[in-house]
Design a protein around this ligand. Structure first.
Ligand code: ADP
Ligand code: MG
Length: 690
């Protein structure tokens, strides 16, 4: 056994195994299986259920059953092109003939006195029962796992008997008992709920249950991610030798003080994300982190605590947002939270009064500890933030890489936190290739309501509008989002303006209708939103300007017109604008033409509330076209990992790769990693029962 090997005799050639002669070794080599490790990493195409053996006496005609017994006699006969092998098998309770049709070559497989497992269907003719064989296996001690439960079925090259292959694997596995140290233990990584490599391998081939197999798959999904991320982390460690001139490392007492200033307790997911961010702030290498959480998962609170920590430690923090409306909203939230903590909050946006802007700028350029909330105005070259320690970019998909870089360049080795609710594949690709760590908010704050969602045909628009009226007269607030028309902002805007005018006439002033869109002056949009919040104009006609982060807990109804023109992620984001308060909330997707496919897409939203699941479904419906970019990056070479489902493993693999690189324990690690490349290239890459 090579020293410290993951798998005993890992690199022993397959030809050293009993039953593999030169011809079979060649056949296996052609399929990419050269040594013991390749063999063990050959993923079963599916599993076949083996029944628990019963006594021969208890066999019931017509049923499928399994027996274990000794061979008493073998007879083979041919009639024309048909052949029959009859094996008489006996156990203590009795004897039965096991029949093999058209498998003449089997006759020499069964030696008298040897014990075998047989499975098949019990037949009966003239009162004599027989077993029509579907499956058999020599029943030695070594083959124990082959006798009952799930048995692997492999894709194998011609000339390699499946039984031999299974037997070889079953023989190798006991040496890989769950206790066998694997590279993660060797690298001092905590178990993190993953099975050991040995246990995962055993379960991959011979799972005790569906769950067992799922856990094995998770371990190998993790392995795939780890292999991709390790070199990236090494590169990053080299690049990122930039050293921060400061460290923000709040004591637990300080963290408690800041958390106490929030109007709510953080969810477990928020707390986890915050701890990850704080750990980054305390490091000397700059943070590059993506905070990824579904709409309404509470990303803002995490960012604000981190900003508070930076400012209270004497540095400056910046929160960059895409719209003026959002900047004002965050400003209000930030002030409420941060001012009691003695942190000053400034605003820099297009709409700031000249005096306001001037004072903000001079405060910033003087290096005074504070937090600034701003739009693109923040990026202007004339804005100096010399003590910038932490830059947070909200709704990061609205910003380009160069804008992020520009904000960062205002300080020295600035920590960067970007936030988004956009589901994969974009952000996933970014995580893999775009130098970003991932923190996941996979939990919504308590009391969040599921937004009842339904589809309504365009012909029922009047009824929907009456429903809107009834809802707001009961004290609700309704957004009505106008369609994306031909993709240009002007035409979208025209649609919204026209519709708002029509709607105002339709309602005759009761209720009053407001209007918000991207081309209105920000203060007008702000006023419209304020009127909406206060109930002065409880119906707000808007373009997707309300999509980004708008937080009005009073909002109860979201109506989207021509909903089929929006992407599912955008619709999910829009829907996330309601259901933030105490009252029940609704979302009505008004769809025009309604092709069956378009309706099927919208029905995903009707049925599903989870943004990640929606993204998954969206990907599925849109087909591989969307994934093509990912394929080019080699992402689809993943055999075990699922880009949607295994996002948490990606985060874990990255954290682990970081850890081993930072501690220098990555040196010489490769030989200890399972060579999953061979799995990925294998044509049989389709784990699990099929
Ligand atoms: P998003 O992740 O979409 O940016 P926000 O940060 O806007 O979400 O938060 C959504 C809403 O949830 C806000 O009204 C916020 O005050 C509230 N919220 C956030 N965290 C919590 C929490 N832990 N408990 C209760 N409410 C919370
Ligand atoms: Mg937000």
């Amino acid at each position: 056994m090579p020293e410290g090997a993951v798998i005993p005799a890992l690199d022993a050639p397959v030809s050293s195994l009993k039953g593999i002669g030169p011809a079979r070794a060649r056949a296996l080599a052609a399929a990419g299986i050269s040594d013991v490790q390749d063999l063990l990493l050959h993923v079963p195409r599916r599993h076949r259920e083996r029944l628990a053996p019963v006594a021969v006496r208890d066999l019931v005609a017509g049923a499928r059953a399994a027996i274990v017994g000794a061979v008493e006699r073998v007879r083979a006969s041919r009639r024309g092109r048909r052949s029959l092998v009859r094996v008489l098998v006996a156990d203590e309770s009795g004897a039965i003939e096991v029949l093999f049709f058209n498998q003449h070559h089997l006759k020499s497989n069964f030696a008298r006195g040897e014990t075998f497992f047989f499975q098949g269907r019990v037949g009966e003719r003239d009162g004599v029962r027989s077993l029509l064989a579907e499956d058999y296996e020599r029943s030695g001690a070594l083959a124990a796992p082959l006798r009952a439960g799930r048995v692997p079925v492999y894709d194998l090259p011609a000339g390699v008997p499946p039984r031999l292959f299974r037997r070889l694997i079953a023989g190798l596995l006991p040496a890989l008992a769950p206790g066998t140290p694997d590279w993660r233990a060797r690298s001092a990584l905590p178990a993190a709920g993953l099975p050991s490599l040995g246990a995962a391998l055993a379960a991959l081939h011979f799972p005790a249950s569906e769950e067992d197999l799922a856990q094995a798959r998770r371990r190998f999904a993790y392995e795939e991610f780890f292999r991709i991320l390790l070199p990236l982390e090494r590169a990053r460690a080299t690049l990122g030798r930039r050293v921060k001139p400061r460290r923000v490392a709040p004591e637990p007492q300080e963290v408690a003080t800041m958390l106490a200033a929030l109007p709510f307790a953080l969810t477990a997911a928020q707390r986890r994300a915050l701890d990850e961010v704080l750990a980054d702030l305390a490091r000397f290498s700059p943070m590059h982190r993506l905070l990824h959480g579904d709409v309404g998962s509470g990303k803002t609170a995490v960012a604000l605590v981190a900003l508070a920590a930076a400012a209270r430690a004497g540095h400056q923090g910046a929160l960059l947002v895409p719209t003026d409306v959002l900047a004002r909203q965050h400003l209000a939230t930030a002030r409420r939270f941060l001012e009691p903590l003695g942190v000053e909050v400034e605003l820099l946006a297009r709409t700031c009064a000249a005096a306001e802007r001037k004072s903000a700028r001079s405060l910033l350029s003087g290096g005074a500890p504070c937090v600034v909330v701003g739009t693109h105005a923040l990026l202007s070259a004339s804005v100096e933030i010399p003590a910038l320690a932490l830059a947070v970019v909200d709704e990061q998909h609205r910003f380009g890489v160069s804008q992020r870089a520009r904000l960062r360049s205002k300080g020295v080795a600035v920590d960067l936190l970007v936030m988004t609710a956009t589901p994969i594949p974009r952000s996933l690709a970014m995580t893999l290739y775009g130098d970003l760590d991932l923190s996941l908010l996979d939990e919504l704050p308590p009391g969040r309501r599921v937004v009842a969602t339904r589809r309504a045909p365009r012909t029922e628009l009047r009824a929907v509008l009456e429903e809107v009226r009834a809802d707001v007269l009961r004290g609700g607030r309704a957004f009505i989002v106008c369609p994306v028309v031909g993709g240009s902002e002007e035409s979208d805007l025209a649609a919204a303006v026209t519709f708002a005018a029509k709607l105002a006439r339709f309602y005759g002033g009761q209720p009053a209708v407001g209007l918000a869109h991207g081309r209105r002056r920000p203060e007008e949009n702000r006023a419209a939103l304020e009127d909406f919040r206060s109930g002065e104009r409880p119906v707000l006609v808007a373009t997707v300007v309300v999509e980004a982060g708008v937080d009005v807990p009073e909002a109860t109804l979201m109506v989207v017109l021509d909903a089929q023109r929006f992407g599912l992620a955008a619709l999910h984001e829009l829907r996330g604008r309601v259901g933030r308060g105490r009252a029940p909330a609704q979302c009505i997707l008004v769809a025009g033409e309604g092709s069956p496919e378009a309706n099927a897409r919208l029905d995903v939203l009707v049925a599903e509330a989870n943004g990640f699941k929606i993204a998954e479904e969206d990907l599925r419906l849109r087909g591989p076209g969307e994934l093509y970019g990912a394929r080019q990056h080699g992402l689809l070479d993943l055999c075990h990992a699922d880009l949607v489902r295994d996002l948490d493993l990606l985060a874990l693999a990255r954290a682990d790769a970081r850890r081993v690189v930072e501690s220098g324990r990555d040196a010489g690690l490769e030989p200890h990693l399972p060579r999953l490349a061979s799995v990925m290239e294998a044509p049989s890459c389709e784990p699990g029962p099929g």
